[in-house]
Write a protein that binds this ligand. Structure first.
Ligand SMILES: [Cu+2]
Length: 444
């Protein structure tokens, strides 16, 4: 069950100090016994790998022409042309991922990042995917949604032998479709996906004008169970995850999606978590134009502002950015737009706690007890700003600052920034929107 932030709030409402005071959580490497009784080695990594920005768009120099995608806080895997075959090399390995400034996580991924780099190719391409396993256990890669020979499907035991640590396997096939797909292990899946081993596989249409948009963003939904004060996700967690991410980044660490007014925009969202996510955008109705099964015919599309992305599904949405401003884009499950938390917090709404503070301080002078939750949880953000001591490597439950104050979000949240003067193909952050005179809600 949830050994999560709210367990730290368990006694009354706010025992923040316990993990921070635990001397076992200091030092560079140590054994840690979690609440579930499982012992695991924790490694504190000092130099997390640099996080690439969306400005890194790889435009193809060889091979067929296509309009590249922008992977949020990620990158596309370069390839080599070898006698007409596009050759990609994926290395499955342990990596360190910064989820947001202040939190790094020991993940499993590909080529130094989790999720792994996006693979981009064109319908009709022959691709060779060389996979080297540097994980401590065997793995495979399944190419989710692709039409391919059965023996290339990557299901360990069923369609191929497992790839043992140190071994390299080659997958080779011709791409017979276009759209948005994913790749992930089909070997010890629960552990390997709980550790972040996954990536996107984009196949562009043969005709570069087909399904063309001006900006094309993509990311995966990934969830983790990282106990406050620790660095390694619990791989045996089934449903009680406490970190909800876009591409293994959490707000305010997620890139904004920057758009020029009037452009046609596509956002491709794949879900490799263990629950569904109602993805919601403000300001613009959109249509689902593609699933991981292929393109949706125009006659079968309808307008939405929220689309539920189920487990193992992909949904690509498209809209024309007609409305200038900073538009929220997030999962509509409100506990997925918060930092580590669970369900075990007592309900203190409306409960008078004033004299409780003194009584608890007398009983347990070593704990800093702070009564919270009487008027709601918004004060969590104030506490974080005042420098409330959290367990190390743990983000506040609510965070982020906007032009008007605290945004009180976390997890699966980012902003679509629509600007009149954003230069074409420029993804740099234009800052907060400057509202026209008289167009902001104001105090009466
Ligand atoms: Cu969600």
């Amino acid at each position: 069950m949830g050994h999560d932030r709210r367990d730290f709030l368990g006694l009354g409402a706010a025992l923040i100090a316990s993990a921070a005071l635990n001397p076992n959580l200091k030092g560079s490497e140590h054994e840690h016994t979690a609440h579930d009784g499982i012992k695991r080695q924790l490694t504190l990594v000092k130099n997390p790998k640099r996080v690439l920005s969306p400005a890194m768009v790889i435009t193809p120099k060889e091979g067929k022409n296509y309009h590249p995608v922008v992977t949020l806080n990620g990158w596309s895997l370069p390839y080599e042309m070898k006698e007409g075959v596009k050759e990609f090399h994926l290395i499955a390995e342990p990596v360190v991922r910064e989820f947001a400034p202040g939190m790094v996580v020991n993940c499993w991924g590909y080529n130094g990042t989790s999720p792994g780099p996006t693979i981009e190719a064109v319908e009709g391409d022959r691709v060779r995917l060389i996979v080297t396993n540097k994980l401590p256990e065997h793995t495979t890669i399944h190419w989710h949604g692709l039409i391919l020979p059965n023996g290339m499907d990557g299901v360990g035991g069923l369609t191929q032998p497992q790839i043992a640590p140190g071994e390299t396997y080659v997958y080779e096939f011709t791409l017979r479709q276009s759209g948005t797909f994913m790749y992930h292990p089909h070997a010890d899946e629960m552990v390997q996906m709980a550790m972040g081993a996954m990536g996107m596989f984009i196949i562009h249409p043969k005709d570069p004008k087909g399904h063309r948009v001006d900006r094309d963003f993509c990311f995966l939904l990934a969830s983790y169970d990282v106990a406050p004060g620790t660095y390694t996700p619990n791989p045996s967690t089934m449903t009680e995850f406490n970190v909800w991410s876009f591409n293994s980044r959490v707000f305010p660490g997620i890139d904004p999606m920057v758009v020029r007014k009037g452009e046609r925009v596509r956002i491709r969202v794949g879900n490799l978590t263990m629950t569904n996510h109602p993805i919601h955008m403000h300001g613009h109705p959109f249509e689902v134009t593609c699933t991981d099964g292929g393109w949706v015919p125009k006659s079968a599309r309808w307008p939405e502002v929220t689309i539920d992305v189920g487990v193992g599904q992909m949904r690509a949405i498209e809209f024309v950015a007609t409305q200038e401003g900073d538009w929220s884009f997030h999962c509509h499950k409100s506990h997925h737009t918060m930092g580590a938390m669970g369900h075990s917090i007592p309900n203190m709404l409306g409960v008078k706690q004033d004299d409780l503070t003194e009584k608890i301080s007398d009983l347990m002078p070593e704990y800093m007890y702070m009564p919270m939750g009487k008027n709601g949880m918004a004060e969590m953000q104030d506490m974080a700003e005042m420098g409330m001591k959290l367990p190390e490597n743990t983000l506040p439950m609510m965070s982020g600052k906007g032009a008007f104050g605290p945004i009180e979000m976390g997890g699966m949240f980012t902003v679509v920034k629509v600007r009149k003067n954003q230069p074409k193909d420029d993804y740099s952050d234009p800052g907060w929107y400057e509202h026209p005179e008289g167009s902001v809600a104001k105090k009466l």
